[in-house]
Ligand binder design. Structure first.
Ligand code: OGA
Ligand code: MN
Length: 296
């Protein structure tokens, strides 16, 4: 089989999402297939694979073929309450017995933070590179995932804003992003574990050389700026970067697997009927270095 990638919607604005065919993710990939996928990620930023009915082990084998993974240290569930291995992020509304969690469950309320535009693990010193999300079971409506192209958003800034943003350093923390939704129910240990980390606002992709805006709901400050001024500025940038012309909305089908490059995109979950099962599992490649090492 040959890996083929075509734009999801060549006439529309979804030019940064590619649809991949000719690959079976239940089997080990050849070196050529791995390289084709990396090349596709460089070109698009989001890749969509349909009809991939994989289990956790197959998802891990596929993911590790692309690079080293991070572990789910950003999850709020206690280890004894986890449903799946620490090598995968549990992006579901299920408890360890496979039951839908109640509406006011702490894990669910924390997870609602995924509905804010973000880049995965930007709250870790070494953030995420690719995220790989597999849809195992989905609600019968809603629950899309939206992606925004941060290269296009950067390119569309005026020159003065590009110059101003170029060397800015932001502080990122899950405490900030959850605070936006009024979730403040953190233990002292969580506050220590998720203390703010530093990330560049403008970063350069090591393979393509393209610049992108490294925004995320986790960003709650800019070094050297008063907090309200920083947050107002970041809000403006987020509004600019998530205009519909920069956005691809993915409507899930069971067996879909979507992979995105967190260096060049943001994403967010959309709401759905919380009484229905939504079982998604994410593996995440580590960026291996901080964004601080990816200056323009
Ligand atoms: C994620 C995420 C969005 C969704 O898996 O990192 O933000 O739609 N998911 O579940
Ligand atoms: Mn995410």
């Amino acid at each position: 089989m040959t890996v083929t990638i075509k734009p999801v919607d060549p006439v529309g604005r979804a030019f940064f999402a590619g649809e991949v065919s000719g690959v079976d993710l239940t089997r080990p990939l050849s070196a050529a297939e791995v390289e084709a996928i990396h090349a596709g990620m460089d070109r698009y930023g989001v890749l969509v694979f349909h009809g991939q009915k994989i289990d956790d082990e197959q998802q891990l084998v596929f993911s590790r073929a692309l690079g080293p993974l991070e572990t789910a240290t950003g999850d709020i569930a206690a280890p004894e309450d986890r449903r799946i291995s620490m090598d995968l992020n549990d992006i579901s509304n299920l408890d360890k017995h496979g039951k839908v969690v109640p509406r006011d469950d702490r894990r669910r309320l924390f997870g609602l933070g995924n509905q804010l535009w973000h880049s995965d693990s930007s709250f870790k010193e070494v953030p995420a590179k690719y995220s790989i999300l597999s849809a195992r079971q989905i609600p019968n409506a809603d629950g899309n995932t939206e992606f925004a192209d941060m290269r296009a958003a950067y390119d569309a800034l005026d020159d003065a804003t590009k110059a101003e943003a170029r060397d800015m350093i932001c502080a990122h923390s899950q405490i900030f992003s959850r605070g936006i939704l009024g979730f403040t129910d953190f233990t002292d240990a969580e506050r220590v574990k998720w203390a703010p980390v530093r990330q560049r606002l403008v970063r350069k992709h090591p393979r393509t050389g393209r610049l992108s805006l490294y925004l995320s709901s986790h960003a709650g400050g800019i070094e050297g700026w008063p907090v309200p001024e920083a947050r107002a500025f970041l809000r403006d940038l987020n509004e600019h970067a998530t205009q519909r012309k920069f956005v691809y909305a993915h409507r899930w089908a069971p067996g879909d697997l979507v992979m995105w490059d967190n260096r060049v995109t943001m994403h967010r979950a959309r709401r759905y009927d919380h009484t229905q099962v939504r079982d998604m599992r994410r593996t995440t490649l580590t960026n291996e270095v901080s964004s601080l090492e990816q200056a323009p």
